[in-house]
Design a protein around this ligand. Sequence first.
Ligand SMILES: [Zn+2]
Length: 475
Amino acid sequence: MEYEAIIGLETHIQLNTSSKIFCSCKADSWFDGPNTNICPVCTGMPGVLPVLNKAVVEKGALLAAAMNADLQPVSYFDRKNYFYPDLPKGYQISQYDRPLAKGGWLEVPLDGYQRRVGIWKLHLEEDAGKTKNENGQRMIDFNRCGVPLVEMVTGPDLRSADEAAAYLIRLRQLLRWIGVSEADMEKGHLRCDANVSVRLKGSETFNTKTEIKNVNSIEAVRAAINKEIERQVREYERGGKIEAWTLEWDEDTQTLKKMRSKETEADYRYFREPDLLPVHLTEAWKSAILADLPELPLARKARFIGEYGLPEYDADLLTAERSLSDYFESAVKAYGGDPKRVSNWLLNDVMRMLNESGKIAGELSLTPAYLAEIIKLVDAGTVNTNTGKALLDKVNESGKSPAQLVESEGLAKVSDAGAIRAVVEQVIAESPAEVESYRAGKVGLMGWFVGQVMKKLQGKADAQKARELFEELLK
Ligand SMILES: [Zn+2]
């Protein structure tokens, strides 16, 4: 029998504001020691009052708009009451029935089809601290208390582990694109729990689901969901039933462990946070926020295909990251010729530089205008392709313009027939054995002959001319 999986994802996204959501402590403590970025507000001392960080509302609203959600003119904060050692207040300030935004969706392109994943919940909240066990002791770090989060829950719209992974990849791309989160799963900027159930294909019912927690990479999400789908199918096949467990992914053993059986939904006794005013998102404020909403990745990809005639493959790679796609567009404008030619240079050579340096495109000293200039120098025959490629690194290292480097380092292509002929004749005179083999039919040696000329002319020879001269002289 054929089964299908029903998957919904619950994500927590850490917004990259400089300070926390309700106090002025530094939000990102990745490089700091435990309990260094804390104050009476975020550690829940009696009598303190929270003050809402405006930037959190703005980044949250930008994300909501990018997810096609409806921004609410008035939203409220609520207290979610529960006890946990790393939650010093005894409650978490979150949003409940009147969140910042409602509805929304994310389009996820997949192999040959597209899935629209609905958003059921999108709200702002504060993070709790961290607990860890060390040397038999339970340690608590409050640095993370009050770090701003957006909680986002999808509908049960995903049908496989690969679709879930694709959703997370698109979400991460979007978060970085609009600049609201670093979205680094390893650092906990993007956390994901997965709800998984299976059913017979064609069935309309929703069976009991389990929840997978503690997955901190996209590959782990994929592996954990696949394991859980297999387990549930096995269970149904042998006539068993699925219980609503909460499972924890163990990265080391690549297995799921039962954390607890989920009984009834916890009663968090939500009530309005009395120390915070409602958030009034006026039309003027909303327009100011939305003015920062850039063209989104999928729209830009479609435009690259339509406007520049790029193949889908190129358009997809060029819009994987915003800085790269901005770079491409600037370079195309500066170049003025075939955009595909710019795409080739970018995806082959500039991408290599980016991978080696760990930089993003906008940080290179090789500006889009310089890249365009190099391609034009190659087009015009001023330098050959090899020199053009070498120029990329030279420009990037020195910050000097390509024309300047061609001039000062004498990189212009040697295409003077007399000069090349002299070198070709020299190579022939120095290589009697190769000449003999070539004349005996080993024509594959042509590449070697041209290579010798290149070597003697420091790579600057016009390869085509050299080849023609060898063909003439070795006949
Ligand atoms: Zn604080």
